[in-house]
Design a protein around this ligand. Structure first.
Ligand SMILES: Cc1ncc(COP(=O)(O)O)c(C=O)c1O
Length: 438
């Protein structure tokens, strides 16, 4: 865990987040429970924005809302004067419901549905990030119907592939996302956009991967993107916006670096430093810079609280602590072997005594949240806190096994409140109907 001012251990030995005792939270709201530290979210968002402003002076930050989407987070982003990245009509709808100005949104997706494009354009979406050739025709047609000219970026693939601790530069383009710069696909789609009456080419986008720690990957991507911008400039094609995506790595467990907010801003400064340098050396016009972090804004802000239920010891082999949630609220360990750190929130000041595996309650043997972790001796009813669950957990939650999706509570200055209320059994059967053939 990466402790901070708003995530620490209280005098009573309990874990505290946002000034609230996690054991009290578990009592008040029951478990499983997502808890989000609002002050931390706001602090990271502000720091990223401030870094773009002070080190580049012409740009913004779009929160990648796929990481965690609900009305309350869009309200926070609105108050923090942020842009957003959205990937579905559902996210757009949620943002609109929260009062977010959707003209500040970037709409992504490799297969945006016609209905989604219609919804987005008729609600005055700011930018659509084009990710296939046919989309250009569709946007042009729908924009014409709506009597608007739709601003677009194109999602490029710069051939920089990053995976957590390292990255590679590759000419091989094998991704469902983006147009390759190298093989000419990116230029081809721009040429197509430039023939359209109701589509306006605004700029280029790339997103080189997620959970990236090696900052030089971002610098390399800036180099490739500015080469492309320079190439386009030679053909009098102006790139007004450069969107460099997200992907900043956060601390989950083990050897992952533990950054404070200032250190997180180094990711942004690496990008802007390189961009300033490339603008000068390549003689290109200064583009409006957008970045799209998701995980680094909400990931470490979130913890999940669970109650320990059954404890099963297989003598000499393993001890399982079963919790009251699992892959329905955190699919990441099962999906891509994601590693997490956890403690017992009511024994947060006690030393680890035994190695256990924290198992979810779903009927899948892969439903394991943390493998082989050293914890104080646990008993039924103890509260387990799993760290860094703010990103891609609630947003990927499911009703598998007809489990209800846990509520989300925001905490701030010693207070707590629902951001998402708990589901109940009625919600589980809400759309089930008797089958009646006609
Ligand atoms: C286009 C785009 N932008 C931004 C992000 C956010 O990435 P992260 O949450 O790792 O910052 C993603 C994540 O998949 C993405 O696909």
């Amino acid at each position: 865990m990466n402790f901070r001012d708003t995530l620490n251990i209280g005098k009573n030995g309990h874990l505290q987040i946002g000034g609230v005792d996690c054991v009290d939270l578990a009592k008040k709201y029951s478990t499983p429970l997502f808890v989000m530290d609002e002050a931390y979210i706001r602090a990271v968002a502000r720091a990223f924005k401030n870094t773009v402003e002070t080190t580049y002076g012409y740009g913004g930050v779009a929160y990648a809302s796929k990481a965690f989407s609900c009305k309350a987070i869009y309200q926070v982003m609105k108050e923090e004067d942020m842009n957003i990245d959205v990937v579905s009509a559902g996210e757009i709808y949620t943002a609109i419901c929260s009062g977010f100005d959707i003209s500040r949104a970037y709409f992504h997706g490799n297969n945006k549905l016609v209905s989604e494009l219609e919804f987005a354009i008729s609600h005055d979406i700011g930018h659509i990030v084009v990710d296939n050739l046919e989309e250009v025709d569709l946007i042009d047609m729908i924009a014409a119907k709506n009597h608007v000219v739709q601003k677009v970026l194109i999602r490029t693939n710069p051939g920089v592939e990053a995976h957590t601790h390292s990255f590679i530069q590759t000419a091989k383009i094998d991704s469902k996302f983006g147009f390759s710069i190298k093989n000419g696909d990116a230029k081809q789609v721009i040429d197509k956009i430039l023939t359209k009456q109701n589509v306006e080419f605004e700029g280029v986008h790339c997103h080189i991967g997620s959970q990236i720690f090696d900052k030089s990957a971002f610098a390399l991507a800036v180099d490739v993107m500015t080469d492309f911008i320079a190439q386009l400039a030679k053909e009098n094609i102006k790139v007004a916006v450069l969107n460099m995506g997200g992907g900043f790595g956060v601390h989950y467990s083990g050897d992952d670096p533990k950054f404070d907010i200032a250190q997180y801003c180094d990711y942004v400064a690496t990008l802007t430093f390189k961009l300033n340098e490339c603008i000068k050396s390549k003689g290109i016009d200064k583009p409006y810079l957008m970045i799209e972090p998701g995980r680094s804004i909400v990931g470490e802000a979130g913890i999940t609280l669970y109650s320990v239920g059954a404890i099963k010891e297989i003598k000499g082999i393993k001890k399982y602590l079963s919790i009251d949630g699992g892959m329905t609220d955190n699919i990441r360990p099962a999906l891509y072997d994601a590693q997490y750190d956890a403690i017992i929130a009511n024994k947060a000041d006690q030393k680890g005594e035994e190695v256990v595996t924290i198992a979810g309650k779903c009927c899948e043997s892969g439903d394991i949240i943390v493998k082989d972790i050293c914890l104080p001796k646990a008993e039924r009813g103890d509260i387990v806190a799993v760290f860094t669950t703010g990103a891609y957990c609630y947003s990927m939650a499911s009703n598998y096994n007809r489990n209800t999706i846990p509520p989300v509570v925001f905490v701030k200055d010693g207070k707590s409140a629902y951001a998402v209320k708990p589901q109940n059994f009625e919600d589980i059967v809400r759309n089930d109907v008797e089958v009646k053939y006609e």
